[in-house]
Design a protein around this ligand. Structure first.
Ligand code: GMT
Length: 375
């Protein structure tokens, strides 16, 4: 099929999922066209059946806010016509589903029908989408999509609770490409990061409030009192500076390394012993899944879709949001005994294998066929 994918091209989970999905679909022979404002960060190679179309929004002094939806819907119409695109898949409802619907309507005027699949990712529903300023338009665009998917059962339930949706929502979990992890990383440079006796604990996120970055630092502070350890903080965001200040005030500055954004998280996860994800809310927790496939057990909060990914006592442990003491204790339980840690590592990978792209891709293809058939 010829498919246009709309997503955020950033390090955020929804953009990563959309990009990896597009790459995998292209490998299966579909023709994929990414339409967004920058080349997606994980999209390295463009080729015969993988294309990128940049949405430009010219700066004009009259506008206090630049009309991105307008530019995106125009670009979609042009791209769909030029490349005979058969299906539109938008990731993240705001504003992509809205712009997609406008493109669909404009094309209909010209006698072209384009089915639209909308994938809900989390904050588009739980944090931003249900704000009264957006709710009406988000509800409308969900209901106007031909097929709606959500990345977890929990997100589906939240969408039904928050919005007056009368569309069925198909749950298609996020995924990893397990074939990339069949052999252990040969270039794992653990000794650059920590001493031999130190355990390495990692957190990866966009360092926003919802991730509870201060909890990560506080949990680590308790762990390192019992077990020699280093904390790797990967990502950028508004909570980074306060977290650096917190590490300094707790006297652990030299044990916390802020690495910034990285395109090579597997290189960091390969030497990690434990992953922390104490988020306030999380529709899925792709970062946890990426840790698990790298054999890194996860200590997380038990909110949203996380329990569908991280299995308590198997791939790690889950505790209520804000339970810093409980999370630290569980981390120590895993880290203090090397044979226990090894068992958790093996089970983390085994749990992650359930989310192999080879199981998930056919679910998307099924949804595309259903949407296409609705023409
Ligand atoms: O976590 C974020 O703040 C980024 C956000 C995004 O849209 O990029 O992530 C959401 O989508 C991811 C991919 O489906 C999920 O794994 C994350 O759990 C979800 N984040 C939240 O629900 C907070």
């Amino acid at each position: 099929m010829k498919i246009a994918i709309v997503c955020y091209p950033t390090f955020g989970g929804s953009g990563v999922v959309a990009t990896e999905l597009g790459i995998a679909l292209a490998e299966r022979g579909h023709e994929i066209h990414f339409v967004t404002y920058r080349q997606p960060v994980r999209l390295e190679l463009l080729g015969n059946n993988i294309h990128f179309h940049e949405v430009n929004v010219p700066d004009y002094p009259l506008f206090r806010y630049q009309p991105y939806e307008l530019a995106l819907s125009s670009k979609l119409v042009d791209t769909i016509k030029m490349y005979d695109i058969e299906l539109l898949h938008v990731h993240y409802a705001i504003p992509h589903a809205y712009a997609g619907y406008m493109a669909k309507k404009m094309l209909k005027e010209e006698g072209i029908y384009i089915p639209m699949v909308t994938t809900l990712h989390g904050t588009d529903i739980t944090l931003v989408g249900n704000h009264p300023f957006y709710k009406t338009a988000v509800t409308f665009s969900i209901n106007k999509s031909d097929v709606v998917t959500s990345v977890s059962q929990n997100l589906k339930e939240q969408t039904i609770d928050f919005f007056n949706v009368h569309k069925d929502i198909v749950v298609i979990p996020n995924f990893i490409d397990a074939s990339k992890y069949e052999e252990d990383y040969t270039d794992c440079q653990r000794s650059l990061m920590a001493d031999e006796n130190e355990k390495i604990i990692t957190h990866i996120s966009n360092h926003r409030k919802v991730k509870r970055i201060a909890d990560v630092v506080k949990i680590f502070e308790k762990i390192q009192k019992n077990i020699p350890a280093k904390l790797m903080m990967v990502g950028e965001g508004p909570e980074r500076e306060p977290a650096e200040a917190l590490a300094e005030s707790l006297g652990i500055k030299d044990k916390v390394v802020f690495l910034g954004n990285s395109n090579e998280i597997d290189r960091i996860l390969c030497f990690s012993d434990l992953f922390l994800l104490p988020s306030e809310s999380e529709s899925f927790g792709l970062a946890a899944l990426e840790a698990m496939i790298n054999k890194v057990p996860v200590i997380s909060s038990n909110v949203g879709g996380i329990p569908e990914v991280n299995k308590d006592g198997i791939s790690g442990f889950l505790k209520p949001v804000g339970d810093i003491e409980g999370m630290a204790q569980k981390a120590i339980d895993i880290l203090k005994d090397d044979s226990v840690l090894e068992e958790f590592k093996i089970r983390a990978r085994k749990t992650a294998l359930n989310f192999d792209i080879r199981n998930i891709l056919p679910l998307y293809e099924e949804v595309y066929e259903k949407a296409y058939a609705s023409r």
